[in-house]
Ligand binder design. Sequence first.
Ligand code: BES
Ligand code: ZN
Length: 770
Amino acid sequence: MRRLLSGLYHPWYLHRTSCKYQYKGKERNMAVTQFESVDARRCFPCWDEPAFKAKFKLTLEVPSELVALSNMPVGNATFAGPIKTVRYLESPPMSTYLVAIVVGLFEYVEGMTTKGTRVRVYTQIGKSNQGKFALDVGVKSLNLYKDYFDTPFPLPKLDMVAIPDFAAGAMENYGLVTYREVALLFDDKSSSASSRQSVAITVAHELAHQWFGNLVTMEWWTHLWLNEGFATWVSHLAVDSFFPQWNIWTQFLDSTTTALRLDSLEASHPIEVEIHHASEVDQIFDAISYDKGASVIRMLQSYLGAERFQKAMASYMKKYAFSNAKTEDLWAVLEKETGEPVKDLMTTWTKQKGYPVINAKIKGDDIEIEQAQFLLDGSSGSGMWIVPITSGCGAYDTQKKFLLKLKRDKMVIGSQCGDRKKGGNFWTKLNINGTGFYRVKYDDELAAALQNALETKKLSLMDKIGTVDDLYALSIARQQTFASLLRLLYGYRGEADYSVLSHINTVTTSIAKVSADATPALAGDIKQLLIKILLSPAEKLGWDPKKGESHLDVMLRPLLLTALVQLGHGKTINEGVRRFNIFTRDRGTSLLPPDTRKAAYLAVMQNVSSSNRSGYDALRKIYKESAEGEERLQVLGILSSCRDKGIVLESLNLIFTNEVRNQDAYILLRGIQPEAREISWNWLKENWERISRTFSGSLAANFVKNIVPLFTSNEKAAEISKFFATRTKPGFERTLKQSLETVRISARWAEGIRSEPGLSQTVRELLAKP
Ligand code: BES
Ligand code: ZN
């Protein structure tokens, strides 16, 4: 859900004032707390820092007819007319940011763990059926984590509550976990496969915090990544065990590549950040804490081995239960349990920002490797890491592992990587399955061999992803040509895997954008080439779901259809519009199930304009009238995805009406297309006062993050930077810096593409291939 949110959060008091819902046609209020990071102090006097744990014994006076929940079960309740006094049992020692209260009208479904912990999912009246899926995942997660950490869940009950208006995606309060409705509820009829998956991940994530975070808590916010990185990592472990067919570890590479992208900016920050003031905390709930954090844990686990790692985690949990720990405390336990140099190794990854690119060159029977900090702006930083290198060589069963501690080293490969003669089967790949947090740049011979291994289907799904993502980044940094990226991409035509294609889609979207600016004359042909790569898997799947098809195919279909619509593929757009027209007449039609709706909406948005707005009006009507949270958000996500200026403006202005909750504004902003960047930027400038007043720093950052990086020129970067010079706001400076850096990097990339010799010939050559 962080991907869903990609931004940050309201303080709880703001969110409390707006937590309204409907019951029997009347508007009702709900009381909900959200204390992380530093808002418990607004509710009661306390030492509001994670290391001051205390036992809490709460009493609430609330209207008698309402359900009143807190971290612990009710000890007793007494009634005095319209008011009841509810006394809760005393909690074990816990940090203040995990205290929670929820008061409102609810119903629930209930289950039980193997150890007899009562688990409930609370929803609005009439929706409890939609809580069953989360309940099942919740019960299974508690069972799994108890075994994984070899430590029982210490509270007598666990409640999970769907909150109609909630700033974060979900919050792990001890024994009382709160969620946005879309992050907890799942309805077989109206929800999509990707929403099933994100509910599972979110529940597994928050329940992991019941151990990692709540039982053992970070000593200080500098170690926030321990909470969030670990919960992110272990939620994948849990979901993989419940739904092995989802290939969730392959999908995890989304997190790794997201983090690699952010961490190759000068304006990135180390995993462990110094925090001097409460106002700095909210900013670090970002891809570095979550995704880089989770990725370096995966790197460490794969270096130490799953079993040794789990054992050590269990002893860490026991040693620090009901207490606090620092990053170093974790390394110390792991080091003691495994005898490996964990502290030295991991410190290089958590205390300095960035990561290395490994330059690999073949020399006789050796591969020479050299590390250098990778930055997307083409420069090379001074960082040095201890890098767990893995390599596959001609086959996956001849893997090698070693620790690169120096700037340079070499690996002996001998003849085991295959026959190096022309036409031979030689290949080698470093960073097998992307377990390491680094990139690899190969010399020409190794790169050609790797492309050959790709085309002859020798590479694992994860290695296909790593291969394209590395070359993509190297191309942006102008360490590899744009043509070589296109050639490699072409090797992926015919690919049928969801995760691989989802990464290909990230790359193609970015290529389409940069080429429109860099080589307008060639942009049309490049789009055709990208369509050629994606079309055959899309045609195989078609628009209609097939009986018994896999979860991943169900997710792949909308991914490909959306990509084709965005690339302007006429046939897909027409079919989307046709299906949408039927759907507006018959909302129950089987022609547009929840999974493919967004692609059809997007197709409609390609053709609408201020003078031809019937499709747009139909979408607005769905947004207004639909009772399904997911459907509403899907529409919101495309209302700004349009070339027509009038329509884009009309959609953006919805942000200031009560049609769009402040918490959802980023969803609308995310849809803005490069074609609408100028109009959106002008809109942002004109409305900045208002945005700044209405949205907290971290939420205001979403406006910057979704508009600024659409530009690709240094002049624009200068203009934007000038505009904000007098308009800074705490909580969003870092995002602004990162966004501006991204614009400058794109400008440099575009310039490189513009002056690349032979590019048009490569494009034509690839287009002409059968
Ligand atoms: N602890 C966070 C919620 C949070 C984030 C509170 C920022 C205060 C500030 C929670 O565990 C979390 O990470 N929630 C994610 C969802 C999760 C599945 C990644 C979210 O809210 O997006
Ligand atoms: Zn979390």
